[in-house]
Design a protein around this ligand. Structure first.
Ligand SMILES: [Zn+2]
Length: 162
């Protein structure tokens, strides 16, 4: 039955259960910013179809975005520190694993884990998740909860690992 619930309902039940047994589940987030170039282009399609589907993002000679990303982790509060995860550690992990690899880079050409993939927000956050999730688990009692990536002021994608 749990499987059929929405993410919102699942989160509600998890928090409810955690509170019931005396564990408080807290969500903490870190906002980061990076600039990167890319091109959205499906090689199997004609130039016209690429332009029709991807619009300005299909521009042959690349273009850039100012990306805003929010990484949210959840976990119980450590009684010794009062933290879910030390923000200093979260900062280091996100910087080392993601920002150092994508900031001021060409996402199609310079980023190993995006090679051969369409560099959409959706595909980026799925790859970011694969990298961040085990690293956060290894370094704390916290778990990665959500990655939100904003490509423009109006458009963003979110991933909850499912
Ligand atoms: Zn674009």
């Amino acid at each position: 039955m749990f499987q059929t619930l929405s993410q919102k309902e699942k989160n509600f039940l998890i928090i409810f259960a955690a509170n019931y047994i005396g564990i408080v589940m807290i969500y903490i987030s870190r906002d980061v910013h990076f600039c990167a170039a890319h091109k959205l282009y499906n090689e199997k399609w004609s130039k016209e179809k690429n332009e029709e589907v991807f619009g300005a993002c299909a521009n042959e000679n690349w273009h850039g975005h100012n990306f805003d990303m929010t990484v949210t982790v959840k976990g119980p509060v450590d009684p010794e520190t009062g933290f879910v995860i030390n923000f200093k550690d979260l900062k280091r992990i996100v910087n080392e694993e993601i920002l150092d690899k994508v900031d001021h880079k060409n996402l199609n050409l310079d980023v190993d884990f995006m090679r051969g993939k369409l560099t959409s927000c959706e595909n980026l956050i799925v790859e970011f998740w694969k990298i961040l999730e085990p690293r956060i688990k290894k370094n704390s009692n916290a778990r990665l909860h959500c990655i939100k990536l904003k490509e423009t002021n109006n458009n963003y994608a979110e991933y909850y690992g499912e």
